[in-house]
Design a protein around this ligand. Structure first.
Ligand code: FES
Length: 155
C-alpha cells in the first residue's frame, strides 16, 4: 500500500496513484490550498471503490488533517471524493456531487451524520449518501476508515 502522509501544518501531501488531495473545506484554521501531490501519477481507472467495492484502502492523510465538521477533497479516477470528519471524529466519504443539481458537498455544513448541500440545503446522509426526505436521491458513498490516526480510503 502506498502511503499518503501529511506533513506538519497540513502543508503538503504526497499523491498516490489515482488519488490526490486537492484542498480542504470549512477548515477552522486556514490551510494551504490547493494541495498538490508530487509527480504526475496518472489516475487509476475506476475499480469499484465504493462501499463494498473492489478497490483497496489507501492511506490518505492523518485524521487531524481533516478539520472537525469539515472535509477534504480527493481527486480520483472515479471523480472528486469528499472525506468528512464529524464532531466525534467519525470519518465518511461521498462522491463530491449533490444528487440534486451537483453541488459540491465538500463545501457543505456537517451536522451529526449529515451534510447540508451549500446550494439548496438538501441534507445528505454521510453513511449512505441518501438525501433526507422529502428529497429523493443518492450520491455514491466510499469506504473509509481510521487506523492509528490515519485515514484510509477505499479507491
Ligand atoms: S445542488 Fe445540492 S441541494 Fe441543490
Amino acid at each position: 500500500m502506498s502511503a499518503l502522509l501529511a506533513a506538519g501544518n497540513g502543508a503538503s501531501l504526497d499523491s498516490v496513484a489515482g488519488t490526490e488531495v486537492i484542498g480542504s473545506a470549512r477548515s477552522p484554521s486556514p490551510q494551504p490550498s490547493p494541495i498538490k501531490g508530487e509527480g504526475a501519477t496518472p489516475p487509476l481507472p475506476p475499480r469499484g471503490g465504493g462501499v463494498g467495492g473492489e478497490g483497496e484502502f489507501r492511506t490518505l492523510c492523518a485524521l487531524e488533517d481533516i478539520p472537525r465538521l469539515g472535509s477534504r477533497v480527493v481527486q480520483s479516477a472515479a471523480g472528486d471524493i469528499a472525506v468528512f470528519r464529524t464532531a466525534d471524529d467519525a470519518v465518511f466519504a461521498l462522491h463530491d456531487k449533490c444528487p440534486h443539481k451537483g453541488g459540491p458537498l465538500s463545501q457543505g455544513i456537517v451536522h451529526g451524520r449529515q451534510v447540508a448541500c451549500p446550494l439548496h440545503g438538501w441534507k445528505i446522509g454521510l453513511e449512505d449518501g441518501n438525501a433526507a426526505a422529502p428529497d429523493i436521491g443518492c450520491t455514491k458513498p466510499f469506504a473509509v476508515k481510521v487506523e492509528d490516526g490515519l485515514v484510509l480510503l477505499k479507491v
